[in-house]
Design a protein around this ligand. Structure first.
Ligand SMILES: [Zn+2]
Length: 102
């Protein structure tokens, strides 16, 4: 018996929902927060947990680094965090980091 997709989606745990969403599109922390209906802090902690759990599945969580439009530079981030300012020029005119799973 096939449950409608929406109901199935609801039944998935939050972290599974996040993993599923990140398989299709690179998303910002704010976008993930909307999808998962939790705050940004919880998203960051979920992403850290997801990154560890994926190691057993031959998959990885990748970060599309933020880009500063003021000083034209890629902001390399290794850790999962929500950067709002360029560390070089302190500008807030940056694109947000996006996360995806492959
Ligand atoms: Zn900058």
């Amino acid at each position: 018996m096939n449950l409608p997709f929406a109901r199935l989606f609801e039944k998935m745990t939050r972290r599974k929902r996040i993993i599923n969403a990140l398989r299709y599109n690179p998303l910002t922390i704010e976008e993930i927060s909307e999808i998962a209906e939790v705050n940004v802090k919880t998203v960051i902690s979920d992403l850290k947990h997801i990154r560890l759990s994926l190691k057993n599945q031959n998959k990885s969580l990748y970060i599309q680094p933020p880009y500063c439009n003021s000083c034209d530079s890629i902001i390399n981030i290794k850790d999962i965090k929500n950067i709002k300012k360029c560390p070089k020029c302190k500008s807030e005119w940056i694109s947000r980091a996006r996360f995806f799973i492959r």
